[in-house]
Ligand binder design. Structure first.
Ligand SMILES: CC(C)(COP(=O)(O)OP(=O)(O)OC[C@H]1O[C@@H](n2cnc3c(N)ncnc32)[C@H](O)[C@@H]1OP(=O)(O)O)[C@@H](O)C(=O)NCCC(=O)NCCS
Length: 166
């Protein structure tokens, strides 16, 4: 398996993979493929990584900029997601490899931190933690997590790119 940036040739496979992975998730409204497409169309995919094996896209993760109200206008904060692994290939380390590659890439571009909505039982292993300093409207606090690379931060209300809202 290799992890690499998406190319134009991956777009359809990413959409299909994302739809398949989220299809049975009770917390999904089915909008994840459209979110990725809108981020891409808006030029707001900071980067988009695919896991490829034998020429097939078996996993994907998107990163996009978020604003954090207490952090000023300088940017440097990103959201992780959507993330998907082909159902038949889940629980074999592909999701972990995508998260770790993405966080390494964020640090390489000088990111100050990253947020996501997800299960702390899974994302805690990558350094994500719930933090009352970071909130996002509509996301229960026990599922909203951040990892911080910056030594000094204030947190605040996190706003995702409009692509997340249709
Ligand atoms: C979440 C997802 C990307 C993880 O990818 P993956 O390749 O299956 O994950 P990994 O193999 O790296 O990690 C598997 C480990 O995570 C755990 N895990 C996977 N999903 C989990 C979840 N939602 N909550 C808690 N633990 C989870 C597994 O139990 C396993 O734990 P172990 O290593 O202690 O045995 C994948 O399950 C997926 O595509 N899910 C459907 C789409 C989705 O829900 N995306 C995330 C929304 S926040």
């Amino acid at each position: 398996m290799i992890i690499r940036d998406e190319t134009a040739a991956d777009v359809a496979a990413i959409g299909a993979l994302t739809a398949e992975a989220f299809a049975t998730m009770p917390y999904s409204d089915g909008s994840e493929p459209a979110i990725i497409a809108r981020l891409r169309a808006a030029g707001a995919l900071t980067f988009s990584l695919v896991a490829e094996e034998a020429g097939e896209v078996i996993g994907h993760v998107a990163f996009s900029p978020v604003s954090v109200s207490g952090e000023g206008e300088d940017g440097g904060w990103y959201g992780l997601g959507p993330i998907s692994v082909q159902p038949a290939r889940q629980r074999s380390g592909i999701g972990s490899a995508l998260v770790r590659a993405g966080l390494a890439r964020l640090q390489a571009i000088g990111a100050r931190g990253c947020v996501l909505a997800g299960d702390p039982g899974y994302y805690g292993r990558f350094g994500f933690a719930c933090d009352p300093a970071f909130t996002s409207p509509g996301i229960p606090h026990e599922y909203f997590m951040r990892v911080v690379f910056s030594p000094v931060y204030a947190g605040g209300t996190v706003t995702y790119h409009p692509a997340f809202f249709g």
